[in-house]
Design a protein around this ligand. Sequence first.
Ligand code: HEC
Ligand code: HEC
Length: 296
Amino acid sequence: MSVFWSAVVTLVILLNIIGCYLLIRWVAKPNKGEAKQGEVTGHVWDDNLKELNNPMPRWWLYMFYISIVWGVIYLLMYPGFANYPGLLGWTSDKKYSDEVAVANETYGPLYSKFAKTPLIELSENKEANLVGQRLFVNYCAQCHGSDARGSRGFPNLTDHEWIWGGSPENIKTSIADGRNAAMAAWESVLTPLQIGYLADHLMSLTGRKHKATDAQRGKALFANYCAACHQADATGNPLLGAPNLADKIWLYGASRNKIIESISKGRTGHMPAHKAFLGEDKVHILAAYVYSLSSH
Ligand code: HEC
Ligand code: HEC
């Protein structure tokens, strides 16, 4: 916030506080109008509820004054006046990092005791898997689902198909460093007709309904344009994150339309990196947990 706007905001806050004080002063005075102090004002509600002209009780009034003073003290101690940092130097960032430090100290050993166990061995450790499951629900479920079965665009982690490789180390790399899949859009290179042929070719690989002559044309196009990443037999390449297109598992949908959409518009799935955020130890436990989901 610029100095100018900071000053404006501070001024508005001060005017508010002064306004509160003046308002209380004003309403605290007995009504000088029609009735004398202690007498009925003439206002009657519900047949017999009469209003007397009396000032507010003292203790009640002082409570208001005390809250105003309290408010001013609070605003001086804590960052309340726009850019002013407050006498105590409190910031939400610092509070957060202090809490994280305390949590790491308390719970750190819980995670670090598994850090040296090799992933395959750890994936059979019940206690570690319970911890892993809890971490998964907290940090991964919003994308992969709490049962890790994924949804459109978010891979199922419980099956045996791995876009980026299914060894424990590959899984750990996926989680630690993240993954960026990059398949460019083909609609500027290929005609809709050609993209249709390619879809027919891919449908033919798993014996689904397709036009044989079109699939044959698609096969030739595939060898030219797609095999570099997906391999000539379309079984994919985990080094590039190019999925197997010759099986029944489809990340973005299995229908002909969805396949055409993938080819025309391209797909750029992004798995965020978690190492800096979660730390090595938690990533290790998560990798073992994810591995356990499909290895049994
Ligand atoms: C913001 C959404 C998001 C979050 C959060 C997320 N992922 Fe992912 N993850 C993805 C996407 C999208 C992919 C697929 C990337 C691609 O298209 O290749 C993926 C891929 C993966 C893969 C590779 C799958 C394969 O078939 O090779 C693993 C393993 C994985 N995630 C595990 C995790 C774990 C464990 C967590 C929690 C720490 C997590 N993910 C959190 C979106 C997410
Ligand atoms: C540069 C490498 C590369 C080339 C070339 C390439 N692809 Fe891909 N393709 C990928 C990657 C990587 C993905 C995964 C995208 C993601 O996970 O977001 C993908 C995904 C797909 C999908 C979606 C798969 C699913 O499970 O939903 C289809 C369909 C597909 N490609 C077809 C093709 C066709 C047809 C061609 C040739 C015209 C082609 N690709 C060329 C890298 C490539």
